[in-house]
Design a protein around this ligand. Structure first.
Ligand SMILES: C[S@@+](CC[C@H](N)C(=O)[O-])C[C@H]1O[C@@H](n2cnc3c(N)ncnc32)[C@H](O)[C@@H]1O
Length: 281
């Protein structure tokens, strides 16, 4: 744990009333991840907590990455994909490696995670398929010098406005209650930018308050619990997997159709070993 000695305090560690344990902290290093065999060439991820909690893989990111590889491998070639709160890029890089994307997907996070995202893009040699940028859900504004800074929503960066993503990935972005309205605002801005966008959203419930986020989402979007063969297993681990789409949008209808198609196809699939484990730590 020597590398972790210099780590800044992690906000998530202060969530004392967790219902389920946080991933064990581990020293910086590389991890190979296949998402239970979904990737023949493993994703190699540098994990390093010194820049923040996104520096290691989280269970919801593992579930979402596997879901995308398992059920959306052949339909994302032309998608304009953006990952929010990407951390080291777990979900987005899985998609870049396994889903045959043609246009460069955007990994986004706070400034502190930028170098790690870039590092992992290079490590996996997917520079032609992925970029890393800053998309902060918040800025701290103070109206007067003596005021305590208040978090307020930050507008979407110009490059995101230009890119107009139509697939948004968000793994394990619900863990810090003060950020809920800011994350929600960012999601709403993204859907306003492209009403046909579909948000794949997975999180692990650690506190009762986390479900408030789902309540907020139901007010703003059509929220669907999408099909996944692993659902019985990850549900037992308090993991939730949804899509959010604009109410009454084409994306909502397409997602509903795709989901029922996925159910039909999955019946003909070989039963696969289903292990949705917490990330290898
Ligand atoms: C728990 S980590 C999840 C990392 C990765 N998606 C995964 O599943 O392994 C949450 C991520 O959200 C990012 N995050 C938190 N607050 C943010 C904000 N205001 N703006 C942008 N990203 C934020 C953190 O930096 C962190 O990388």
């Amino acid at each position: 744990m020597g590398d972790l000695a210099a780590s800044p305090p992690l906000d998530v560690i202060h969530i004392s009333e967790d219902l389920t344990p946080l991933p064990e902290l581990k020293p910086a290093g590389n991890t190979d991840i296949t998402f239970d065999g979904q990737l023949s060439r493993p994703l190699r991820l540098r994990e390093d907590l010194r820049t923040g909690c996104g520096g290691q893989t989280w269970p919801a990111g593992m579930v979402l990455g596997k879901h995308m590889l398992r059920y959306h491998r052949h339909e994302l070639q032309d998608a304009r994909i953006l990952e929010l709160g990407a951390g080291g890029g777990l979900v987005g890089l899985a998609v870049a490696l396994g889903c045959g994307v043609e246009s460069r997907l955007m990994l986004t996070d706070q400034n502190e995670m930028l170098e790690l995202m870039k590092h992992n893009i290079a490590l996996n040699e997917v520079g032609s398929k992925a970029t890393a940028s800053i998309l902060n859900w918040q800025v701290h504004a103070r109206r007067q010098a003596q005021e305590t800074p208040l978090p307020v929503g930050e507008p979407l960066p110009q490059e995101v406005l230009d890119y107009k993503p139509n697939v948004i990935l968000a793994g394990e972005c619900v863990y810090f209650e003060p950020a809920f309205p800011l994350l929600m605002r960012t999601l709403q801005d993204l859907v306003a930018l492209n009403p046909d966008a579909i948000i794949y959203f997975c999180f692990k419930k650690r506190r009762r308050a986390d479900m408030q986020f789902v309540k907020m989402a139901r007010k703003a979007f059509t929220v669907s619990e999408i099909f996944d063969d692993d659902r019985p297993i990850f549900s037992r681990q308090s993991l939730f997997l949804f899509t959010f789409t604009a109410k009454a949008s084409k994306a909502a209808a397409a997602a509903a159709g795709r989901d029922s198609q996925t159910r039909k196809e999955s019946r003909t699939e070989e039963p696969s070993p289903v292990v949705v484990a917490a990330p290898a730590l």
